[in-house]
Design a protein around this ligand. Structure first.
Ligand code: NAD
Length: 476
């Protein structure tokens, strides 16, 4: 059985200690990931720091061209890396699964690689000219989660590199090998030291974010961990981009024809078995439309084969890990015990793997744990409302604010309702429809800072003003 390596200064580094990585669909041992120690974290940061000046000194065109080569490496290795995603994370090769994740990795590399942040003249008159230049921040620590392990790593790595920073990434301990392998492959075209990896659990992440030579932290994960990172950043005034969890509401306007929209709503809720930061996690439906919406969603759910995602035809995989599996079970059991009705699913599937069926839950409301807490799994509570003010009030009754959606046939009305929802993004007739040119980030406890597009690229730079006094023209 292979023990994989992380990459420091372009070299494969092993560690005396390692940990097991298992397939959540089969329980099969996939290999061993190296467990970094404090010296190795130091080494990775020191290498990133030493490499940053030369990387930033390259021309914009050189960095863009190298990142386009990275995109080609990702394209050439799509199948290899997609297999790692499916075996390690669980999402199937097919459907919106691991091949789709790899396509996103390529797109989210090409787009930042093609963006520019030209010098802005922020003020000019006869006496002065003030220019705003975008400078790299330095060493970026990237802390990634397990749900979209490679895609989210790419969101963190590529803009940082494009802007002239260097990176040390720590993947999630649940999905380590695919990311280590992706970093190894990217290093075949990147200059040594520009992109480094270390692996291990939260304590290794903590060593990284507390490091005095880290200048910026890109974090995606839970709000609890984000709070620890905020504290750690106090030591070094480290800049932060925090993408935390969400408990996204989806509101269907009264009388909406869902016959053509149910498929999009299904995937908006259940992509990656609901283990997606911006999935629809609570559905608000007018009481008169409840039966038809439930029937439409139930019909779509019935057509989705679940199983080992390496097999053909499978579009839904397992839950990724025991902790998440137990959390989903617990929330559904709590809902049942408190009078909710199970429309579909509602019971873990016995046997090998963390399989849990697509579950629709009715007779439930705000105040139930399944509605108020982020389930991060294949379970959707469906809540009846009587008027829109009630629905909007309940949608906003949460500490999180990552995404939300409004579904309606009148797009102007839907957009008006969307603007009343407290979330970083409110989609209309789609949910989770992210795009590499469109800024994405949360409000409230869902974090701060945005990723993607020009705004995302700015967030891995620091502004520098060059303020020039103009020469006074000589008297004629
Ligand atoms: P997590 O916070 O447990 O772990 C995320 C990463 O942080 C892992 O790599 C982990 O090892 C590391 N970590 C843990 N403790 C740390 C510390 N003290 N210092 C530094 N790093 C530390 O989250 P998770 O279980 O991987 O992901 C699930 C949660 O993340 C869900 O709540 C989900 O909604 C959220 N999430 C949000 C987004 C988003 O874009 N907003 C994306 C994916 C997941």
């Amino acid at each position: 059985m292979n023990t994989y390596s992380f990459t420091i200064n372009g070299e494969a580094i092993s560690s005396p200690q390692s940990f097991e990585v298992k397939n959540p669909a089969t329980g099969e041992l996939l290999g061993y990931a190296p467990l970094a120690n404090a010296d190795q974290v130091d080494q990775a940061v020191a290498t990133a720091k030493a490499s940053q000046i030369a990387w930033a000194a390259k021309s914009e065109e050189e960095r863009k061209s190298i990142l386009m080569q990275v995109a080609q490496v990702l394209t050439d290795n799509t199948e290899y890396l997609a297999h790692w995603i499916t075996k390690e994370q669980g999402k199937p090769l097919a459907g919106p699964g691991s091949l789709f994740e790899m396509q996103a990795c390529v797109g989210w590399t090409q787009v930042p690689a093609s963006l520019d942040l030209p010098v802005e003249v922020v003020f000019e008159d006869d006496s002065r000219r003030d220019e705003l230049h975008r400078k790299p921040i330095g060493v970026v620590a990237a802390i990634a989660p397990w749900n979209w392990p490679l895609m989210i790593a790419i969101w963190q790595i590529i803009p940082a590199l494009r802007a002239g920073n260097t990176v040390v990434i720590k993947p999630s301990e649940y999905t380590t090998i695919g990311t280590l392998e992706m970093v190894r492959l990217m290093n075949t075209v990147l200059p040594a030291g520009v992109l480094n990896s270390v692996s291990g659990a939260g304590n290794i992440g903590a060593m990284l974010v507390e490091h005095q030579d880290v200048d910026k932290i890109m974090f995606t994960g839970s709000t609890g961990t984000a709070r620890k990172i905020i504290e750690a950043s106090g030591g070094n005034m480290t800049r932060l981009t925090l993408e935390c969890g969400g408990n996204d509401p989806a509101v269907i306007l009264p009388g909406t024809d869902m016959s053509t929209k149910a498929g999009d709503l299904f995937w908006g809720s259940f992509i990656n078995m609901g283990q997606t930061c911006a999935c629809a996690k609570r559905l608000y439906v007018h009481e008169d439309d409840y039966d038809s919406v439930v029937a439409a969603l139930d019909a779509v759910a019935g057509q989705m084969p679940m199983g080992n995602g390496m097999e053909e035809g499978i579009v839904l995989g397992p839950i990724q890990n025991q902790m998440q599996f137990d959390k989903v079970n617990d929330l559904v059991e709590d809902a049942k015990a408190n009078g909710a009705s199970i429309i579909r699913g509602g019971q873990a599937i016995e046997g090998v793997g963390y399989f849990y069926p697509i579950t629709l839950v009715g007779d439930i409301d705000n105040g139930s744990r399944l509605v108020d807490e982020e389930q991060f799994g294949p379970v959707l509570p469906i809540i009846k409302y009587r008027d829109l003010d009630e629905a909007i009030g309940k949608a906003n009754d949460t500490r999180t604010g990552l995404g939300a959606s409004v579904w309606g046939d009148d797009l102007e009305e839907a957009a008006r309702v969307a603007s009343r929802i407290e979330a970083g993004t409110v989609w209309v007739n789609q949910h989770g429809a992210i795009h590499p040119m469109v800024p994405f980030g949360g409000v409230k406890d869902s974090g701060y800072g945005v990723e993607f597009g020009v705004e995302g690229l700015k967030s891995v730079t620091q502004p520098q003003i060059i303020s020039i006094k103009k020469a006074v023209p000589a008297e004629a």
